[in-house]
Every structure is written in structure tokens, then in C-alpha cells.
Write a protein that binds this ligand. Sequence first.
Ligand code: ATP
Length: 466
Amino acid sequence: MNKDNIIISIDHVSKWFGDKRVLDDISLNIKKGEFVTILGPSGCGKTTTLRIIAGFETPDEGSIYIDGELMNKVQPHKRPVNTVFQRYALFPHLNVFDNIAFGLKLQGVAKDEIEKRVMRVLKMVGMTDYEWRDVDSLSGGQQQRVAIARAIVNRPAVLLLDEPLSALDHKMRKDMQIELKQMHKQLGITFVYVTHDQEEALTLSDTVVVMNHGVIQQIGSPTDIYNEPVNCFVADFIGESNIFNAIMVEDRKVSFMDHEFECVDEGFGENVPVDVVVRPEDIYIMPKTDKGQFDGVVSSCIFKGVHYEIIVNTPDGYELMIQDYNPFEVGMEVSMIIKPTDIQVMKKERICNTFEGEMIDDTHVEILDCEFECLKQEGISAGDKVLVEVDFDKVELTDDKRDGTCEGDIRFILYKADHYQLSVRALNREYIYVDTQDVWEDRDIVGINIRPEDMRIKLKEAKSQA
Ligand code: ATP
């Protein structure tokens, strides 16, 4: 990589708030003039990353460089960056001109130079003739334009934008997206943009950084992220997708939905569990024929403006989402084809839950900071440090948290064609992954139970030697 071309370098940064790690070893290089978007669900650490670049937060571990200079101890106002926040944060007692000119006046810039620069940025944000208006009299969109003008009038090397369009209505948001993109081109400066809106990220960016739980999941161009997601989280978060538990039978052959499909992936090994994603527009659907790879019955068909969204159920109990320009009647028997290049095979991040724990006595083990009953294990006794493995479909959830050995809340729900995969966070903040047919809601508080016979317990040391 050409280091001269890098303007921001985030190097192994971690950040804690209390005992909660909100950024976990983040590394990211941003090129000069690039439009980079940090994308992820609420609470994944996007804003904290931006605030660390801006200097409003300091990393607990790792370093942040701007233009090759270490910034960890540099005050926000001494960094070559400016930030546009979610809410416009304008000075209500100043008019548009004075809001924009504020920073330049503080720096002692000459009056006629200030006037020239303010007028230039007002033109750029489409607000010429508004300079003497009170900011209170402006619409939300206009106020945000003024906030952007105020940030770029200082000619920062980097503009940081934290969900700047989130308070605007849909139409205004779309218009502003186009304008931001044009502004980025015109200014030639680096934009680092934070959003939880995947469509916005794909539309605006040269590079998208997808985050979850304080960890960078994938960095790539919008097309790479869409066409080649590295894991189920990215596949599910970006666009619509059909996600399956699958087995890589051998190179270029993968089995899912009880069928074998040709694919283009190699190097996963033989008979290895993998995840597969197929985008809804990549499943070819036709009235039932013997030329299809598999069959199903249409259970719903909704017009979505340009295409139809069709839900098909297969005889083996899988449910697929398909997009097509033609409608298919509910109840109709159909056949489907998936081309090898449209099957995206992804390494599974884990194949079962693994918890670190300690034996309390012969028949009780502490995991997730709770005491679970277990079967007596040969050669394992009280006080031993152990690893406990539990298959995803062996974790039971209860509606009432008091019925569980331990409590948690549902943080992420992934639909995998014939079941849901839930990420449940226990009170000690560890995650438990659960495969279930039951329908749960995001943020449901649940009880967690594991039957003694469903725990595989091993001595921790023995495991690490193996
Ligand atoms: P959102 O889109 O909701 O703003 P985000 O991805 O930008 O989410 P952050 O604002 O970076 O997420 O927050 C990451 C986590 O850190 C969240 O769980 C949040 O509650 C927590 N957090 C953020 N700031 C603080 C703080 N000052 N003190 C304690 N916890 C904080």
C-alpha cells in the first residue's frame, strides 16, 4: 500500500466505556480524497470511531494517525478535521452568514476573505441568498446545509459526517445524498461518513466499512460488499438475502436445501459446514418444469415498484425470497435455478457455542456467570477450568426470564431459510447463538436453559494442548 496516499490510519484501536469494550481492535486506512462510510446497526461503535478520529474520545489501546502524525493526544480543534453532527448544532442567535463565518472570525481571517469564502460555500450547498436569514426560520434540510457549509468553510483535510441526513424526510434525504456526492467531488477532500442506512452507504461511498459489536466485519467497495459478503451478518445487513446452512461437499460443489449445487468456490475442504448466501434477484423462477434444479409453491407475491417480491416454499420446508419482473400467482407450482456464480459460499464463524467455565462440583458448572447443572464428567472435578460446547439448536429460550438458568436479550435475528439464528447476549455480555423455529423479536428478554446432556465439557488445558 502506498503510505503517502493514506490520510487517516486507525491502528489496532480499542475503546472501553466502563467494563464494556465498544471498539475491539479496529484497524482502518483511509485514502486522501476517499468517501468512506462506516456502516452498522445501532450501538456497533460507528460514532465512537468517528469521535476518536475527531479527538472527542481517546483510544484506550492503539493509535490514530492523520497525515502521518500521531493524534492520540492532539486536541480536537488542532486536528485537520471538521465534524457535521446528526443535529445541526447551529448557533440559534446568529444568522446564516455569522454561523458560517464564526470559525473564520475566531482565526482572525480578513473580512473580505471571510465574505468571499462564506459566499462560495453557500453557493456550494445551494443556499445563495440565504445569508441574512435567521437559522430558526430555515427548514431541517436547510439547517443541515448550513451546518455542512460551516464545516467546509474551514477547508479541513477531512470532513467527518455523523448521520447528517437522519433528521430529514425521505425525499430531502435523497436530494441531499446527491448533493453530498457532488460536493465531495468538487471539494476533493476526504469524507468519513457514519450511517446505519445500507442504501445510503452503497449510494454514496467509494469504500464501505461494515461494523458489528465493535468489530470491523468487512471493508470493500459497495459492489464487493454486496456481491461478496464475508459472513452472514454482512450478507443480511446489506440488501435482501437468502442465507442457508450448507455443506461444502468438495471444490465447486455445495449442498443446501437438501440439493447439491455447482458453485465456483474452492479451497474450503471436503464436507465442511459453510454458510451460503443467494440474493433474491439471482434465483430464476419459472412455472413448474423438469428443467429446474428444485421446485416449490408460491406463498406470496407483492409488487415492489420495479419488481415483484415472491415467497416460495419448497416441499422440504425451506422458504425463499425471490425477485422477478413477472408476477407469479399464489399457490402456483414453480421451478427454480441458481447459477454457480450466484452462490456465495462463506466460512462459518463458529460451528457451535463454546463457553469458558469452571466446575463448581461434580454436577454443576459455571458458565455465562451462572450455575448450570451438568452430567458428571470422568476426570473432571470441582475447581477445574473447562470449555463447554453446546450446539446452536440445543439452547432453549423461555419467554419468562425467571424460567431460565440465566437471562439474556436478543440482539440479532438471522433468517436461514428454514429456521432463525438468534444472537442472544447474556447479562455477563457473552453471546449465545441459538437455532430455533420459534419467532422472537429483537430485544426480547429471555431465559436461557441448556440440558445437562447437551453440554460437551472438556478440560480447558487439555483442549489447548490438542
Ligand atoms: P448509533 O447509531 O445508535 O449512534 P453507534 O454505532 O454510533 O450507534 P456508538 O454511539 O459508537 O454506536 O456506541 C457504541 C456503544 O457504546 C453503545 O452501546 C453505546 O451505548 C456505548 N456508548 C457510547 N458512548 C458512551 C459513553 N459516553 N458512555 C458509556 N457508553 C457509551
